[in-house]
Design a protein around this ligand. Sequence first.
Ligand SMILES: Cc1cc2nc3c(=O)[nH]c(=O)nc-3n(C[C@H](O)[C@H](O)[C@H](O)COP(=O)(O)OP(=O)(O)OC[C@H]3O[C@@H](n4cnc5c(N)ncnc54)[C@H](O)[C@@H]3O)c2cc1C
Length: 246
Amino acid sequence: MPMKVILVEHTPNPEVLIAKAAKLCYSPVGIEEMNEAMDSEKTIKFINMLMSMGHESPVEHVAFTFAVEGVSRTLTHQLVRHRIASYSQQSQRYVKLDQFQYIIPPEIEKDSKAKAIFIEAMENSQKAYNGISDMLKEKYLNEGLSKSAAEKKAIEDARYVFPNACETKIIVTMNVRSLLNFFSHRCCNRAQWEIRELAFEMLKQVKKVSPAIFKYAGPSCLNDKCPEGNMTCGMMNEVREKCSKL
Ligand SMILES: Cc1cc2nc3c(=O)[nH]c(=O)nc-3n(C[C@H](O)[C@H](O)[C@H](O)COP(=O)(O)OP(=O)(O)OC[C@H]3O[C@@H](n4cnc5c(N)ncnc54)[C@H](O)[C@@H]3O)c2cc1C
């Protein structure tokens, strides 16, 4: 199942809003003057100044919302560690998965023996889920629960057998400051392949909205030396080239 990422919404006129916040910080203006229209040259000048000096609080006023599907729970477990964000994820408590979808890592996909073991494990999970949810539902019906309440209570526990590979859907909103932090961690070659793929796709989409705001966005090594020390991937040039093509 391929990863799908849609930029659903973002704060309107993101560059104008950030430039207004910057103008208030750096010019002797009141809020009405701050709110006056600025030409696009001045707007971009403010944005460039902020981004190059790392003055990041004005960019917190702008947020981007993405809808993501075709990703594993392994990915979303890592994603939701980014606390400065808002999330809504499809529930396994309320949605019964008669045939759960799953993500096959590319290295497993390439190896026919590993793939066969993987798929067997997925099928066994589904069988266990079906068996446990049927058994528990029966028990709760006998205890007098309604059909819908019995099913909900049953799948609440049956879902424990589902694997990390289970496909999921999530909506995530991050402000620009948090996005920059997310890109610096997750576009890094040391990040796991799936969340790195998501991070690069998100970066590609936000760069289309504002190349100026995201001019320096990407893994830490894009603008500085690699922070990973001995654990460096040693591929800074390749990474920089990849980012320049987004
Ligand atoms: C390559 C890689 C390997 C990782 N390995 C592991 C691992 O083995 N185990 C593991 O548990 N996690 C691991 N992580 C997750 C990592 O530790 C972070 O939890 C995750 O990347 C979220 O980053 P963040 O805290 O910067 O983001 P956010 O939660 O969005 O926070 C943004 C920033 O706000 C500030 N902030 C937020 N909350 C606090 C707070 N409570 N106190 C002080 N400052 C705060 C920090 O400056 C932080 O950088 C890994 C991440 C990467 C990229």
